[in-house]
Design a protein around this ligand. Structure first.
Ligand code: THF
Length: 287
């Protein structure tokens, strides 16, 4: 996964076009990127930088298990990656630096990110439908989980970036196809890939399947211009040291209900074993 990742970064830096966007910090972007990972063979997590697995897994559980849009759920667990998109008491979403109101929402959305991610999963009953199909309709070809629901886009602070996943069973193996409309390659993508790999393994375990492949499709893969130095450092690490051997994911084997995996601060039913990495790289986050 480090190889695929660093090659994508390299491609963005060499072929990418510099563009403006809503955040005010330019990106260099390529319009599309695709790759496939075999989670059954090797657990995908970057080793050329430290990936914060606890935060990544909790964000995934927030969306798919708790099915929440409440940022306090994350904050209570010491995860602060959504703080910049929290609607305040007055219903306002504000610019982190100037305090200017970027968008106003109904105050009933206070402390949430509005109608995106976990809100949609819950509203549409997406997770229950998926699990039912995985357990009861092995040959189903309609397992599309779409977080992109037109009537809910206006009331979302940020419409879901990873917005769809499709789930395939072939010969007892569970495979996923994930689609991302906009991809912050330094910060978002390493989290997202590892999260979906964990989700795939959890679903495989509770549905009596083996974990298989993840195909990942990105539209607009970008690096913010203030992240380029960090990415060059990461590519340099890869070129001089290669990558380290992948860790293994441990899931508590006694759990056979997706909703029973512990989602407290220390996620004790989900653990990485032997995770070696080359240390943190700090990347700025564009609001
Ligand atoms: N906005 C932007 N500009 N990029 C994103 O990746 C992004 N997300 C979520 C919503 N809006 C986004 C937020 N996800 C980190 C990771 C994921 C995030 C936001 C922030 C982050 O800062 N990670 C650091 C360290 C975290 C820590 O120290 O705990 C890292 O080094 O990985 C797309 O999902």
């Amino acid at each position: 996964w480090d190889t695929i990742y660093c090659e994508l970064c390299e491609k963005i830096i060499t072929d990418g076009k510099r563009v403006e966007n809503r955040t005010g910090i330019d990106t260099i972007k390529v319009p599309s990127a695709h790759f496939q990972l075999d989670v059954g063979k090797e657990f995908p997590i970057l080793t050329t930088k430290q990936l914060f697995i606890r935060q990544a897994v909790l964000e995934m559980l927030w969306i798919y298990q708790a099915q929440s849009n409440d940022v306090r759920w994350l904050q209570e667990r010491n995860v602060h990656i959504w703080d910049l998109w929290e609607i305040n008491e007055n219903g306002d979403w504000c610019d982190e630096k100037t305090g200017a109101v970027l968008k106003h929402f109904d105050p009933s959305f206070a402390h949430t990110i509005g109608t995106a991610y976990g809100y949609i999963v819950k509203k549409m009953g997406l997770m229950d439908k998926l699990i039912y199909s995985l357990k009861n309709d092995v040959n189903d070809r309609r397992r599309v989980m779409s977080l992109w629901q037109d009537e809910y886009l206006d009331t979302a602070v940020l419409p879901s970036c990873v917005w769809s996943s499709e789930w395939d069973i072939t010969d007892g193996v569970l495979n996923a196809w994930v689609h991302q409309r906009s991809c912050d390659v330094p910060l978002g993508l390493p989290f997202n890939v590892t999260q979906y790999a964990v989700l795939l393994c959890m679903l495989a375990q509770v549905c009596g399947l083996k974990p298989g492949t993840i195909d990942w499709s990105i539209k607009d893969a970008h690096i913010y211009v203030n992240q380029i130095d960090g990415i060059k450092e990461q590519i340099e690490r890869y070129e001089t040291k290669g990558s380290l051997s992948a860790p293994t994911l441990w899931l508590n084997p006694e759990i056979d209900d997706f909703y029973a995996f512990d989602a407290s601060k220390d996620i004790k039913d989900i653990r990485l074993e032997n995770y070696e990495h080359m240390g943190k790289i700090r990347f700025p986050l564009a609001q």
